[in-house]
Write a protein that binds this ligand. Structure first.
Ligand SMILES: C[S@@+](CC[C@H](N)C(=O)[O-])C[C@H]1O[C@@H](n2cnc3c(N)ncnc32)[C@H](O)[C@@H]1O
Length: 337
C-alpha cells in the first residue's frame, strides 16, 4: 500500500557572511530615513548656506564662526551627521577636513523644504492601505488622513507651508529651465505666448498667484485648469499631471488642447514629468519610484509609463507626441493636437 509521506522543504543554507551582509542591509533600510533627517537638520542649522558663503569649501573653524548658535559641546555631534552626509555624497570632505559642496548639495533647496509634511503623511500609509478606495473622503490620501485637507487646499490654509512649497517648486523650475535652455531651447523657436499652468506663473490657484510681482512680460491669471486654460502657442504642464488621477489628467489635457488648438500648426502642449521605466541610471530610476510613492502619499496621481501616457493623450484627443528624456528621471513630452 502506497504511503503519502510529505517531505519537509529543504531550507537553503545561508552562510554567515550572507547573514551578516543581510543584517547590514536591513539596518540601512530601517534607518534610511535618518539620512533625510540629518540633511533636514544641517539645512535648518545653516551648514550648506555657510559653506556656500565661504566659496563652496569651509573648515570646521569657518563653520563655527558662521554658526554661533551651535554651542561648542554640540559640534562633535553635528560632525557625526556630516560624516553620514559625506558618505551619502551630499558633501565632500577633503584630506584637511574641509567640507565642500557637491553637485547634490548645490541643488539642496529644490526638494526638501516640505519633507516634514511628507513624513507625517507617510506615517499614515499602513492605515491608509487598509481603507477601501471609495470609503470616506477623509482617507483619500495619507496626506488627507494626516493633515485633514487635500494637498493643494492645505497650501492655501497653512501659509507657511504654502510658501515653503512654492519656494521649493520655484527652485526646481530654475534647475529645469537651465537644463532646458542648454539642451533643447529650440523647441520654443517661434513661440510667442506660453501658459505655465499650475506653475505659480501664469495660471494658478489664488494662493500661489497672490504673491507674484507683475513685470509686464508675465501676466498672472487666477483660475482653475480643470475649467479653462487661456489660449497660447504653448501650454506648459511641469510637474502637474503626476498630481492627478487619469480622469483628471484627461480633463486637464482636454482644456490644454482647447487652449493650443487655436494656434495650429505651432500650438502644442509641453509636459515635464517622469516617463516611468525609462530612466537613464539606477539613481534616476530609484528617484522615479520614490516620487511615485510620494505622489501616492500626497495626491491621487502617480508616475506613468509611456503606454499610460499614450492612452491619456489618445483619450484627450491628441494625435501625436514626442518624448525627450533630458532631465534624468523626468522627460520633456511634446504633445500635438
Ligand atoms: C506640483 S506643483 C508644480 C508647480 C510648477 N509647475 C513647478 O513645477 O514648479 C502643482 C501646482 O498646481 C497648482 N494647482 C493645483 N490645482 C490647480 C488648479 N485646479 N488650477 C490651477 N493650478 C492648480 C498648485 O497650486 C501648484 O502650484
Amino acid at each position: 500500500m502506497a504511503q503519502n509521506h510529505s517531505t519537509p522543504p529543504v531550507m537553503p543554507t545561508t552562510t554567515s557572511s550572507e547573514l551578516v551582509q543581510a543584517q547590514a542591509e536591513l539596518w540601512c533600510h530601517t534607518f534610511a530615513y535618518l539620512r533625510s533627517m540629518a540633511l533636514q537638520s544641517v539645512i535648518k542649522i545653516g551648514i550648506p548656506t555657510a559653506i556656500h558663503r565661504c566659496g563652496g569649501a569651509a573648515s570646521l573653524s569657518d563653520l563655527q564662526l558662521a554658526l554661533p548658535a551651535v554651542p561648542p559641546s554640540k559640534w562633535p555631534r553635528l560632525l557625526r551627521l556630516m560624516k553620514l552626509l559625506v558618505v551619502s555624497g551630499i558633501f565632500r570632505e577633503d584630506e584637511a577636513g574641509v567640507y565642500c559642496l557637491t553637485p547634490v548639495s548645490r541643488l539642496l533647496f529644490t526638494v526638501l523644504a516640505t519633507s516634514p509634511f511628507h513624513f507625517q503623511a507617510s506615517q499614515r500609509l499602513p492605515e491608509w492601505l487598509k481603507v477601501e478606495d471609495d470609503d470616506a473622503a477623509a482617507a483619500e490620501t495619507p496626506f488627507v488622513m494626516a493633515h485633514g485637507a487635500r494637498f493643494f487646499a492645505y497650501t492655501a490654509r497653512d501659509l507657511e507651508f504654502g510658501a515653503l512649497f512654492n519656494e521649493s517648486m520655484g527652485a526646481d523650475s530654475r534647475f529645469v529651465a537651465e537644463i532646458f535652455v542648454r539642451e533643447c531651447g529650440e523647441v520654443l523657436a517661434g513661440v510667442a505666448t506660453l501658459v505655465d499652468v499650475g506653475g505659480a506663473r501664469l495660471l494658478e490657484l489664488p494662493q500661489a498667484a497672490a504673491n507674484m510681482p507683475a513685470d509686464g512680460m508675465v501676466e498672472f491669471v487666477v483660475g482653475d485648469m480643470m475649467e479653462f486654460i487661456p489660449p497660447a502657442d504653448v501650454v506648459l504642464l511641469k510637474f502637474v499631471l503626476h498630481n492627478w488621477s487619469d480622469q483628471d489628467c484627461v480633463r486637464i489635457l482636454k482644456r490644454s488642447k482647447e487652449a493650443v488648438s487655436t494656434r495650429e500648426p505651432k500650438g502644442k502642449v509641453m509636459i515635464i514629468d517622469a516617463v516611468a521605466g525609462s530612466a537613464p541610471s539606477k539613481e534616476a530610476s530609484e528617484a522615479q519610484l520614490l516620487m511615485d510613492v510620494c505622489m501616492m502619499l500626497l495626491t491621487t496621481g502617480e508616475e506613468r509609463d509611456e503606454e499610460r501616457w499614450h492612452r491619456l493623450f489618445l483619450n484627450a484627443g491628441f494625435s501625436r507626441y514626442n518624448i525627450n528624456p533630458i532631465f534624468g528621471s523626468r522627460s520633456l513630452i511634446e504633445v500635438f493636437p
